[in-house]
Design a binder for this molecule. Structure first.
Ligand code: FHN
Length: 605
């Protein structure tokens, strides 16, 4: 380990010591990586064992709970006027700091029942829970030693209770994982807004994150509040994100991180975070999770009765799963810590649908079908050799459901989950017609399971990777300083890293050459995640071409390939300054999105 990471690790320990009145427990943190040769991409989130549970579980509970909950969405001013908001109420209603602190001092969520919340998540079929440990208000929901602005030291709550510890125990008993939301943007810490004092805030933030990881072992850290804004100014930068991601990974390399650890980009963290929306197709380059509210508010708002129906919510979940995404659905407990009945009821109805007739197979462990296009009458997800057609609009008697096929396969059997009715299947050129002969099983979505057979894999792959060459300049001039075999192209060098210790972090160029051998035949989508420039040739065809220096960006191109055949591949990237990254992924009708594995790559002869 070079000296720099060691020094930094000692400094972070010392910083934590100063802020916590004593050296914290021996840091489990490995040294923070940095400098030439550092690759911040620790694995491929699409296939890593680390993210397997997250990719399979598909459905989580979000909980927004903080001092703001005390107001239940409405602030009555001294002049008698009222102002409405939920978790942003302090800022949007311009509540003076001293008054807000006085309100928080009365916060007493005595009705917070971790077991009830865990049971609600279980009944909903939610496999993980992410609760706000600290929202923008800066108020910590655990007995942090970093400051007094927290539920233990600044409330009317029982001083012997720790709701995060209670929730950790209760979720574990239900077999549900627990994660924490943590807002970078902090309205309360006086050192936050000024870039000159911001480092002091960061040290406190790091110390709090170490408390959360050491004391509660979260499966997820869901960062937020990373965007540039005012009231107060938010100095957070991409470099801060680089450091924070490395720090969290040093505390616990298994934690799943969202992209708001940085600046909400495809190169930040493990998962993209579309909010209050559902992408209309699978997202390229990064895992993704849609977070949404059950009504219109994240925090509790007594006046917000705009509850979504369980039909809409369940269809959201199934549609998201059919595009290989996760659904993080929010509850906002009231000032006593109770989850609204309207939330509990809808979540249970979702769980009832998931548990009925094995319909949950259309969600858990399922993803994009690959071999058929998304229809207009519902969605299709795939789990192994099963397609799950979740039908929202059931055909009229005798009517059929049409599917456009994208690759060859045969249907071995078809059945309606929860019904013994016959299902006719007719395959045509590029089409599949499915004709049920009975009524739908339920009004939310009736699922037709198709057992399919795809052409056998004829080329399991015995490759070792691609020939990689790197130059300490941005124009491939002269002989490469480094030539080696790379098992794949999965690099996130960010600001301080580079392909090799011999290659400087600024101004370098990279080239990978060799052959790619597809496991099965079909139209492959090649996806690059690059910074600053990228060109990709497959079988002599320029598939991706963007030599205009850019920040982290996704580019795609399609090529039809035949299983077992060798296709020449060449990939070029240059770094002109700032951040750098280069990932090469692919997907096909029978290959979900992944970093192209070494087994399918052969070095240039
Ligand atoms: O400002 C927050 C908001 O209060 C809420 O926490 C959502 C949930 O993802 N995130 C931010 C808005 O993007």
């Amino acid at each position: 380990m070079t000296r720099r990471p060691f020094i930094r690790a000692v400094l972070s320990l010392a910083a934590a010591a100063i802020l916590t009145g004593g050296l914290p427990a021996v840091a489990r943190a490995a040294p923070l990586p940095s400098g030439p040769g550092t690759n911040y991409a620790t694995d491929d989130p699409f296939t890593a064992a680390r993210t397997r549970w997250w990719r399979d579980d598909r459905f989580g509970m979000f909980i927004h709970f903080g001092a703001y909950s005390q107001l239940q969405g409405e602030y009555r001013r001294a002049d008698g006027t009222t102002c409405r908001n939920a978790e942003w109420i302090q800022r949007q209603c311009q509540i003076p700091r001293e008054e807000y602190e006085k309100l928080a001092a009365g916060f007493n969520p005595s009705g917070f029942d971790a077991n009830a919340i865990a049971r609600t998540a279980k009944a909903a079929g939610q496999k993980y829970v992410v609760i706000t440990s600290k929202h923008h208000e800066g108020y910590a929901m655990w007995p942090t030693k970093v400051n007094q602005w927290n539920l233990r030291d600044h409330s009317s709550f029982d001083k012997n209770r720790d709701i995060l510890a209670e929730l950790k125990k209760a979720t574990a008993e239900q077999g549900v994982r627990l994660g924490f939301y943590y807002s970078i943007w902090d309205w309360h810490d006086p050192d936050f807004p000024d870039p000159a004092t911001f480092p002091r805030y960061k040290k406190r933030m790091y110390a709090q994150l170490k408390e959360l990881v050491d004391n509660y072992h979260p499966a997820v850290l869901w960062f937020d509040g990373e965007w540039s804004t005012d009231r107060p100014n938010n100095p957070w930068t991409e470099r801060d994100g680089e450091e924070l991601e490395a720090y969290v990974r040093s505390l616990d390399p298994n934690i799943v991180l969202n992209n708001r650890v940085g600046k909400r980009r495809v190169v930040d963290g493990d998962t993209g975070t579309p909010e209050q929306e559902i992408p209309d197709q699978p997202v390229a380059g990064q895992l993704w999770e849609s977070c949404m509210t059950l009504n219109g508010s994240w925090g509790y708002a007594a006046w917000d009765h705009d509850w979504k129906s369980s039909t809409e919510l369940t269809r959201n979940l199934v549609s998201i799963a059919s595009r290989s995404g996760n659904y993080l659905l929010n509850v906002g407990p009231d000032k006593l810590g109770r989850v609204p009945r309207e939330s509990v009821d809808r979540l249970r109805q979702m769980g009832d649908w998931l548990r009925a007739h094995g319909q949950g197979n259309a969600v858990y462990g399922a993803g994009t079908p690959g071999v058929v296009a998304e229809p207009g009458w519902g969605v299709v997800s795939r789990k192994g050799d099963r397609l799950y057609a979740s039908v929202y609009q059931w055909p009229t008697a005798g009517g059929s459901l049409e599917l456009k096929t994208l690759a060859p396969f045969s249907v071995q059997s078809a059945r309606v989950l929860g019904s013994g009715q016959r299902v006719r299947v007719e395959q045509g050129a590029g089409t599949l017609r499915v004709t049920p002969t009975g009524k739908p099983v339920n009004p939310i979505a009736t699922v037709i399971e198709l057992k399919i057979k795809t052409p056998p894999v004829t080329a399991p792959g015995n490759g070792t990777g691609l020939t990689a060459q790197f130059w300490p300049n941005a124009d491939f001039s002269g002989e490469p300083t480094v030539t080696r075999t790379d098992p794949g192209v999965n690099y996130n060098w960010k600001f301080t890293g580079s392909p090799d210790p011999a290659i400087p972090a600024e101004a370098f160029s990279s080239r990978w050459t060799g052959n790619v051998v597809p496991r099965d035949s079909g139209e492959y989508t090649f996806t690059t995640v690059s910074d600053d420039t990228v060109r990709l040739w497959v079988n002599g065809k320029l598939v991706v071409d963007n030599t205009v220096p850019h920040g982290p960006a996704v580019h795609q191109g399609k090529v039809s390939l035949t299983a077992g055949q060798r296709y020449a591949i060449k990939l070029e990237q240059t770094e002109r300054g700032g951040e750098a990254s280069m990932k090469l992924l692919w997907s096909s009708p029978n290959t979900p999105q992944q970093i192209i594995p070494a087994a399918q790559l052969h070095p240039a002869s």
